[in-house]
Design a protein around this ligand. Structure first.
Ligand SMILES: O=C(O)C(O)[C@@H](O)[C@H](O)[C@H](O)COP(=O)(O)O
Length: 225
């Protein structure tokens, strides 16, 4: 597994440097394509990156933004990744981007997969993918031990899958590993010594134990304490 590892002096400098890199990847992709897709994670880490990226001058009206995964909660829930993206990324210049949702107001995510996939299929492969990671080595909602992990890691997995694990508070919906890994440029954002350590220890582990390994090849890892 080969990936590049960039260490930043602090989290603010990481946010600036990573936003700059994402902007440059998007500009490069826009030189060759009419429209390009950017997938981003939710969770607590990416907010400051979004704050910098949203102000960048590029052809946002040709960019499709989607989440790598979503918690199955309404948009006004504090746990909604959509809420985060709408408040911190799809503002300022980036307000012109088109948002492709990973949530629909249905009780069961399995009942929404087909309709949510319709606008996503034509924008693949993803031009730029930003990923987060948990200390259990999950990325997006590809959790070790989740009910559908094996299917989501399969080479012919569907675009979207619902995912559940008993200790995860709500059902999730996630892009499958092949869609995430198929991104033309991939970046992983991690903060803190613990995540750095577990990522190093994950080397060589099978993806069912370390799902992050399914999406890391040729990625760039961005780390700060
Ligand atoms: O909805 C989510 O939670 C995610 O997209 C998830 O994969 C996240 O990126 C990691 O859990 C890291 O989360 P933190 O940045 O909060 O540590």
């Amino acid at each position: 597994m080969s990936y590049e590892f960039i260490e930043y002096p602090d989290r603010d400098l990481l946010a600036i440097g990573l936003a700059d890199q994402l902007a440059s990847d998007l500009r490069n992709a826009l030189r060759h394509e009419d429209r390009v897709a950017l997938a981003v994670p939710g969770g607590t880490s990416p907010g400051p990156v979004f704050d910098d990226l949203c102000a960048v001058d590029l052809d946002w009206d040709r960019v499709d933004v989607l989440l790598t995964d979503e918690r199955w909660v309404p948009e006004d829930s504090p746990r909604s990744n959509t809420g985060l993206v709408k408040q911190r990324l799809l503002v300022d210049r980036a307000a012109k981007a088109r948002y492709l949702p990973l949530y629909a107001p249905k009780a069961d995510p399995d009942d929404a997969l087909a309709e949510l996939e319709v606008p996503i299929a034509p924008v693949l492969p993803l031009a730029v993918v930003l990923l987060g990671m948990g200390t259990d080595l999950h990325t997006a909602s590809l959790f070790p031990g989740a009910d559908q992990l094996e299917a989501a890691l399969a080479p012919r997995a569907p675009i979207l899958m619902a995912m559940r694990r008993d200790d995860v508070p709500e059902p999730r919906i996630t892009l499958s590993a092949r869609v995430l890994n198929g991104g033309m440029r991939k970046h992983l954002l991690i903060f803190g010594a613990e995540k750095r350590k577990v990522l190093e220890q994950a080397r060589g582990k099978p993806a069912r134990e370390a799902p992050i390994n399914a999406v890391l090849s040729d990625a760039t890892v961005h780390w700060a304490e």
